[in-house]
Every structure is written in C-alpha cells, then in structure tokens.
Design a protein around this ligand. Structure first.
Ligand code: FAD
Length: 390
C-alpha cells in the first residue's frame, strides 16, 4: 500500500469521479475543492449512454438516475421556419441500440450523486475551502501547496477545470482559446407540467446561433442554452445578461422558439472557450483529468461524459500498470484521440449549426433526408463507447 493518498485538485465532476475510480482499486485519495462548499450552481448536463456506463462503473448511477430526467425524444428544428428536421426517439429502441438510456440532469444533482457515493466509500477524503496553488514532483512523492499548508501524496490529479493551475504548472498547452461565440444560459422554474414538446431535448438551428433546451429537476425547470456568434468584451469569463440583449441575436425566429426565450430568465452569459488538444499531459506522478486538459465547446454535450470516462480509464490503467507514472502514460494515450475528436467536432458543429444561406439549405435537406437510425449511426462512436472495456 502506498504511504500517501493520491491528491486531487478540484472537486467538480472530474475530481470526484476520479476519486471514485481510484477507490475501485483500493487507492486512497484526498480531494481539495477551492469553494467553501461543493458547488450547487450550474444547470443542465446531458448524460448519453457512454456517460451512464461510466457512472455504473463508478457505482454512482443508482444515486444519480432518480435525479435525472428521461426526455422522450430529441428534436432538431429550423429556428426560422420551425420545421422539424430530425426526430430521434429516446425510449426503448434507442436503449436497445446503445444498451443504456439517454438522460439529462442538473449539474448539482450529478455532483451530489457522485459526492454521496464518495462519502459512502472508504478511503476518499473530501476537503473544501482549499485552493491548490502549486505542486512539486519529488522523488517518490508529490507535494502540493495551499496557502501556508503543504500536503504529500503518492501522485496528483489536476481536476481543476478549464483554467487549471496544475496544467499551467505542468507547462501543458497554452491559455484556453476564446471563440467568437457567446453562451447564454437560463434555468427557468415551471410550476405546471411541461408540454410534450418542452419535455424533449430540442436543438434549434438559427442563423448565427443555436438554442438547446430540455427539462431538469424532474421536469420542474427548463434548462435553456443559447449560443450566438459574437465577441466577448466583458471583464472575466461570465456575467449576468438581459433578455433584450439576447433577443437582439434572434431577429426572425419561429414563435415556439420565441416563446421559450421570452419566458426564460434570469440569463447568465459565458465566453465560449476550449482548450486545444494537448499532445501529452502527464509528467511522472502528475496528470490531468476532465476540463483541465480537454475542455471543449459544449456543442456535442460531452463535457461531463468525457470527465466521467477519464475517471474510468484512469481507474483501469492504475489497476494494471506497475507504477503510477506508467498508469498515467497509458491513461493519456488512451484518452487523447477520443477527447481531441470531441473538441474538434464540437468546433465544426458550431459552424454548421450557425450557418445561413446555401449552407443552411443543404444542412437542412441532409437532416431531413437522413433517417433517424442513420443519424444515430453517425453518433455511435460517442455513445457505443465503453470506457471500462479497455
Ligand atoms: C460552477 C460550474 C457550473 C457549471 N455548469 C455547467 C452547466 O450548467 N452545463 C454544462 O454543460 N457544464 C457546466 N459546467 C462544466 C461541466 O461541469 C464540465 O465541463 C464537466 O463536468 C467537466 O468537469 P470538471 O470537473 O473537469 O471541471 P469543472 O466542472 O470546471 O470543475 C473544476 C472544479 O475544480 C475547482 N478548482 C479550480 N481550481 C482549483 C484549485 N486550484 N484548487 C482546488 N479546486 C479548484 C473548481 O471550483 C471546480 O469545482 C460547469 C462548471 C462549473 C465549475
């Protein structure tokens, strides 16, 4: 048994999932979260079949599933005409095709489920209000700094999100890359049952923008995200936004979409950023997991899923390798191609989703003429994946 636990900087989805993955191999860990309490903020996350498989491996699915919402379908609609371009049913046939369901969940509910499982598990220590500022990779152990304190560990996982201090310390990649897109988000409580249409995941394709909405919290709230082309000029990465500012981006839109945007509030906006895929991100006893290493634009809805898959892959690699450094190298080699493809495809989708003119006409025709089974075949590389089968 190693003399020290594995240290994890960051108590988001990646950090807690990472601890659960290590616990499956009997490895002890200490998770340091900078916030005073585990974040209850955030909004909707999509949990595809690959993410469900990862949650099952980590032992958290039974806790998370009751807090998730099972949408009946995914609709892709043209934002101007309202025409349904593609309709994918998410019930029995989808589950037979991919072996697991497609769910949506509030980020706080997913995180709460992971934390509940971590607390029920021996060997995971959760520490809040502690920001990891730096680390040193010593002979035989790592040391991290948090204010006046230092902590020793067998190894360190940087799970500290897109502006990762650990990534900076490793000298991996540059700063997150800003895109000329702004993300607006609202989580609107609903005190009456949602209509069948609003109970689905709906993706609206508009000129210079797109909108995604679906229910969370048992259908008691509607999660709405609108991405628009535009340059981020505010201080920081996120700020409150108002409805007129958002609506100015959506001049000619279908009344159904107008209604969703009109009733949703309050709005918050984010600078759309990602992290260009790194060639390598492990150095001896230190590695990165989740958004700290491969943050992508959210257009494939795979941010949480990639973090969960990372945790499973890391668990499998530490089970097998002789040394922690070998395990980290094997993990990185496994994860790089898939996470890089998600980042690259997400960027490409942004361009296709926001197209106007002839590109819009061709895109819509392709979507209408592709049968749902064929459409899902194109996504099979994402949803068929089993991170434990490596
Ligand atoms: C507050 C918040 C709300 C979000 N809401 C949404 C959402 O509504 N929809 C969506 O699709 N995605 C959301 N995301 C992103 C989504 O959760 C991630 O893309 C995905 O789950 C991968 O998570 P992660 O754990 O790698 O990174 P993150 O979710 O960014 O978590 C990183 C964690 O590390 C902590 N941290 C950072 N630096 C340090 C440090 N130096 N020392 C200690 N702790 C540190 C942060 O406080 C945070 O808790 C949100 C992220 C955050 C932080």
């Amino acid at each position: 048994m190693p003399a020290h636990p594995i240290l994890i900087a960051g108590g988001g989805i990646a950090g807690i999932a990472g601890a659960l993955g290590l616990a499956r191999n009997g490895r002890e860990s200490r998770v340091f979260e900078q916030a005073k309490a585990f974040e209850t903020v955030g909004a909707g996350l999509q949990i595809g079949p690959n993410a469900v498989r990862a949650l099952k491996y980590l032992g958290a699915w039974d806790i998370v599933a009751p807090a998730s919402f099972a949408p009946a379908a995914i609709f892709i609609r043209d934002g101007r005409s309202g025409r349904i371009l593609q309709e994918i049913r998410l019930g029995g046939e989808f589950e037979r095709r991919f072996g697991e369901p497609y769910r949506v969940v509030h980020r706080a509910d997913l995180l709460a489920g992971l934390i509940a499982q971590a607390k029920a598990q021996a060997g995971i220590e959760l520490i809040t209000g502690t920001r990891i500022e730096g680390f040193s990779d010593k002979v035989g152990y790592v040391e991290v700094r948090a204010g006046d304190e230092t902590f020793r560990g067998e190894a360190l996982l940087g799970a500290d999100g897109i502006r990762s201090a650990i990534r900076k310390g490793l000298g991996v990649g540059g700063e997150p890359q800003l895109h000329k897109q702004i993300l607006y988000r609202a989580l609107t409580p609903f005190d009456r049952p949602l209509s069948e249409r609003l109970s689905a995941i709906t993706l609206w394709l508009c000129q210079n923008g797109h909108v995604v909405h679906y229910p969370v919290r048992g259908g008691s709230a509607l999660n709405v995200v609108a991405a628009v082309n535009g340059t981020w000029t505010d201080e920081g990465w996120s700020s409150p936004a108002d409805r007129p500012e958002l609506m100015a981006h959506f001049a000619k839109i279908d009344p159904d979409l107008f209604h969703v945007l009109a009733v949703s509030s309050p709005w918050q906006k984010w600078a759309a950023a990602d992290q260009p895929p790194a060639e390598s991100w492990s150095r001896n006893r230190v590695t990165l997991i989740g958004d700290a290493v491969h943050a992508a634009l959210p257009y494939l809805a795979q941010g949480a899923a990639m973090a969960l898959e990372d945790a499973v892959a890391l668990s499998r690699c530490t089970q097998r390798a002789d040394t922690i450094a070998d395990a980290f190298r094997a993990y990185e080699k496994l994860r790089r191609p898939r996470t890089a493809r998600i980042a690259v495809d997400s960027r490409r989708l942004g361009r296709i989703y926001h197209a106007g003119g002839a590109v819009r006409v061709v895109r819509n025709a392709i979507l209408r003429l592709t049968d749902p089974a064929g459409f899902l075949d194109r996504l099979a590389w994402i949803y068929d994946f089993d991170p434990a089968a490596i």
